[in-house]
Design a protein around this ligand. Structure first.
Ligand code: ADP
Length: 150
């Protein structure tokens, strides 16, 4: 069984994440959306809310699981028997950032990273842009899945 972990902060989930997960689900038997918990990081949405948003977005797909983890992503992959990490790429900045992490994960634990290039219509979307729009009272409905507006 081909299992991938899709790690991230999902603060909040965006249509960019949904694009990668939906397309990734044609490649893997199961995808675990894994919310990395970093005690030193300040989030806009609580862990409970981020889990709830993901559950709403993927409630119709039994091959998508939602979990949270602390520590190294590769250790979480091992504990879940997942052989792959799925990541999305928007541009060359994402690529440069992801390259060394993927190489480290392969060296550390033999976990392969699989990258999907996002669809053009979501390439401008990031959680940080959505947070900025929310903070300033803008309309962010076109950037997040239906059902998670606050
Ligand atoms: P992180 O805190 O690790 O950056 P994110 O929640 O921001 O986590 O992102 C998780 C994954 O989703 C990353 O692989 C990121 O590149 C990808 N991603 C985020 N936004 C988009 C987008 N608009 N299109 C494609 N992939 C995206």
């Amino acid at each position: 069984m081909k299992k991938a972990v899709f790690p991230g902060s999902f603060d909040p989930i965006t249509l960019g994440h949904v694009d990668i997960i939906k397309r990734g689900s044609t490649l893997f038997d199961e995808i675990i959306i894994a919310i990395g918990v970093n005690a030193d990081k300040k989030y806009m949405f609580s862990l409970e809310d981020r889990i709830k948003h993901l559950e709403i977005a993927f409630k119709e797909d039994p091959t998508i699981k939602i979990k949270s983890y602390k520590g190294l992503t590769v250790d979480f992959c091992k504990s879940e028997n997942a052989q792959y990490i799925l990541r999305g790429l928007r541009n060359s900045t994402d690529f440069t950032y992801e390259q060394s992490i993927a190489q480290a994960n392969e060296t550390l634990a033999g976990i392969e990273s699989v990258f999907l290039i996002c669809s053009p219509e979501v390439s401008f979307i990031s959680s940080s842009i959505v947070r900025d729009v929310i903070r300033n009272g803008g309309d962010y409905r076109g950037m997040v899945p239906k059902g998670i507006y606050v």
